[in-house]
Design a binder for this molecule. Sequence first.
Ligand SMILES: O=C[C@H](O)[C@H](O)COP(=O)(O)O
Ligand SMILES: C=C(OP(=O)(O)O)C(=O)O
Ligand SMILES: [Mn+2]
Length: 467
Amino acid sequence: MSAPLHPITSADLYPTSTPDTAAAALEAGLDLWRDLPAAQQPAWPDPAELEAVATELATVPPLVFAGECDLLRGQLAAAARGEAFLLQGGDCAETFAEATADRIRNKIKTMLQMAVVLTYGASMPVIKLGRMAGQYSKPRSSTMETRQGVTLPAYRGDAINGFSFDEASRTPDPRRLLKAYHTSSSTLNLIRAFTKGGFADLRQVHEWNRGFVSSPANARYEAMARDIDRAMKFMIAAGGDSDALRTVDFWSSHEGLLLDYERALTRIDSRTGSPYNVSAHFVWIGERTRQLDGAHVDLMSRVRNPIGVKIGPTTTPDDLMRLVDKLDPDREPGRLTLVSRMGAGKIRSNLPALAETTKKEGLPALWICDPMHGNTFESASGYKTRRFDDVMDEVRGFFEVHNAVGTIPGGLHVELTGDDVTECMGGAEHIDDADLAMRYETLCDPRLNHQQSLEMAFLVAEMLTGR
Ligand SMILES: O=C[C@H](O)[C@H](O)COP(=O)(O)O
Ligand SMILES: C=C(OP(=O)(O)O)C(=O)O
Ligand SMILES: [Mn+2]
């Protein structure tokens, strides 16, 4: 499972470099977004303070090495060919307060468990990509929020303002961008420690299940872990390479929303002379900010990282092609991930024409499914929630459409947590509206809890087997 999908060679890490003059032109292009319409940016009260913070952020060390982004691009290209499967998951909105060892460990354990279930169940390498270490800003439907006659700016994520409903906390504060950088840094450091330092060793496959409440999915996992244990012991006894089990690659991603932050963390790579967004391995453009002539598409079109774009139910084949032309003009394998987020009721009617288009055009794009954002509703008791059955129905529709069209259902994009929260309804624990109040902790969208996440992995492993 930890065998590299794409063995590292020095040609990967040191591709041909760009001459200095070309690099200067590339750098100048990184500010053209400033003259374009930028949706969903906070109303920072003091532009001078924002500028001072952006200047400071432009000098801080990168969070990732550009060469790692190239390696991930190679792995995503394999997923687009059907040789691997992408699992992208984490909170809707990370918070500074929850960047703790316990919370991060539980999320990593959950992702590792899901990956084992998918790898073992479907004999498929799984690329693990956290919505972690940078997912601190949110686009919102409404700019303002009103409670009991008081109207204040909506919460836009910890990188911008605080959740507590008072004027001081809701006023955007650019110093939060610095805290977002430092919290991303410490989170990524712990992720690297866990995944490279022995915790993610496949021989710990039982340990990852420890500390979670017992549930049908955990019991099923335990049985699978016993089989894996036996298979590993056999492999090692037969002289197999046990070092290959020791570490895993775990990549970071977030929505590239806050342009001042993303620009400050976009640097010219000294190896190649090309711009990379060094705040994460992978960044994506959201459904609300993918305007063809907008600032987000412009800035993200200029970075070399693998990038994603959300594809919602109103997207036409023509919109899709124009986005692809801007974001992946060279049709580079692994460069562009298309994240469909249609809703369970629309996936079977709206995805086929788009998948047909990528097939007809011979695009190397990776299609993955976000079964969360098209299935949100407000419960009778007033909680923003999603039904596990709707989420799974959308995933099923995603596989059906791709299997019918002959394109590859290449991955999942999920809002999840390793904790035992009650935010999404259904699943084997039958969480209902009355249960939501027990442990509803998200500050934005509802997440699958640990047990619902594992349950999803078992169901998707079955779909993958039939892919
Ligand atoms: O995570 C996605 C969006 O930020 C979120 O769904 C928007 O939620 P809202 O409609 O409550 O603003
Ligand atoms: C904002 C999000 O999704 P979308 O852009 O698809 O609405 C998200 O992924 O949290
Ligand atoms: Mn969300």
